[in-house]
Design a protein around this ligand. Structure first.
Ligand code: NZQ
Ligand code: ZN
Length: 383
């Protein structure tokens, strides 16, 4: 087992009606709120009204930034930062999925520094503090509600990068599974693919830790168990609750304990597709993961076999990859580039950006040759 620090300062409020406490808690952080949300789902489904009422009933002054897009962009973050600075806000409240909460994390760090989002994310500006962030999660997937990471796209530099600081954990996160009843089937599936991918990224890093390995396998098994149930009955409280908590625990540090670092090469591949084609994050991962496993099977065979034994009761790498692919297909999360609508004529363009952005992993390194091979496998070529 590798040395590690277990630390997570986010206070999670989980369950039915938990947002009823939000106003009271927000009031402890000041009087002026920057309220950030997405393109429409929060308003359409009544979550916006609920949270706004909490804030106004607590006599808080609210300014808003709405319209954060999936695969969020630095331009939106910069517009929100300006509103926050102009109105001298004391805190940020984010209502949405990963895209909204990630944007809010960068905004909360950039406002006190009066900096642009990109200067913050590329560490050109040193961050020493962040405005308090309160997150209300509406989509189970990324784990952002209980971690310090944010991922934004910069269309000027053609990069989608991750960032995080010790100050970027949400102070409070409200997780009411009922807020996820309205998530459409495809995004429910992509969220499940994403949470499974987070467990993999840590598992295929460096460090074998018996308990963490078993927790990791349990998360994957439970996700595979609840996935068909929640897709069949989207407004079942227990199904949504289980998926919601699984996605939080998949990337809140738990699956990294006892490991030195994860691999994260598949996320780097996925970010390239999201950057170029606006591919939903989880959909990019269900295409890339089976391909990546096939490419690196020889290097990490003992780890794949271990996970296969824990999840499927059979220590066999080929079996594991096939079962994983079958699972993604069963929940209609794509497994080939054609399902993402990305034709083979894009191959060269994708390879160029992968190369430019130095797409690689920590354990399974990738250069031009590996990029070509993994992309080929994603298109359905054989090894
Ligand atoms: O924009 P609105 O109208 O709100 O619609 C959203 C969006 O279209 C919709 N949605 C969200 N909650 C809903 C809902 N629709 C109906 N009912 C609800 N309750 O779902 C769509 C996708 O939302 P988005 O926030 O983009 O999805 P997700 O949570 O999967 O976030 C993806 C982003 O997070 C990043 C990804 O790269 C991507 O940019 N990630 C963040 C991580 C982190 N901070 O730790 C780690 C991840 O690996 C990932 O990279
Ligand atoms: Zn992810």
């Amino acid at each position: 087992m590798e040395n590690f620090i277990a630390y997570n300062p986010t206070k999670v409020h989980f369950g039915k009606g938990v947002t009823n406490e939000l106003g009271k808690i927000a009031k402890t952080f000041g009087t002026k709120v920057l309220f950030v949300y997405g393109k429409g789902s929060a308003v359409k489904n009544g979550y916006y009204d609920k949270i706004l009422k909490q804030l106004t009933d607590a006599d808080l002054h609210v300014v808003e930034f709405s319209g954060v897009k999936p695969n969020p962009v630095t331009d939106d973050a910069d517009a929100a930062i300006k509103i926050g600075i102009d109105n001298e806000v004391d805190m940020v409240v984010a209502l949405g999925g990963g895209s909204v909460i990630d944007t809010a994390k960068v905004v909360a760090a950039a406002i006190p520094a009066k900096a642009t989002s990109w200067n913050v994310m590329t560490h050109k500006v040193q961050i020493t503090k962040s405005l308090p962030l309160i997150a209300v999660l509406t989509l189970a997937a990324t784990g952002t509600e209980m971690n310090a990471f944010a991922v934004l796209q910069n269309h000027q530099t053609n990069e989608k990068i991750g960032w995080g600081t010790a100050f970027s954990y949400p102070k409070h996160s409200f997780l009411d599974p009922e807020f996820t009843y309205s998530v459409p089937k495809h995004y429910t599936s992509f969220g499940i693919s994403d949470l499974i991918a987070h467990v993999f990224e840590n598992f295929f890093g460096i460090g074998e830790a018996s308990l963490t390995d078993k927790i990791s396998a349990a998360i994957i098994s439970d996700a595979m168990h609840y996935a068909p149930l929640v897709l069949a009955v989207p407004n079942n409280y227990d199904y949504r609750a289980n998926i919601m908590w699984l996605s939080t625990v998949a990337l809140n540090g738990t699956t990294a304990h006892g490991r030195k670092y994860g691999d994260w090469g598949v996320h780097a591949i996925g970010h390239t597709l999201s950057m170029m084609f606006d591919t939903p994050h989880g959909a990019s991962l269900s295409v890339a993961y089976p391909a990546w496993l096939r490419l690196h099977k020889a290097t990490i065979a003992p780890r794949i076999e271990r996970l296969s034994e824990l999840v499927f009761g059979k220590a066999d790498a080929d079996y594991f990859i096939l079962e994983l692919e079958k699972f993604f297909i069963s929940i209609e999360s794509p497994v080939r580039m054609s399902e993402l609508g990305i034709g083979k004529e894009k191959r060269v363009e994708i390879l160029t950006l992968m190369n430019q952005n130095k797409v690689s992993g920590s354990v399974c390194k990738m250069g031009n040759t590996e990029h070509e091979k993994v992309l080929g496998l994603m298109y359905g070529d054989t090894v």
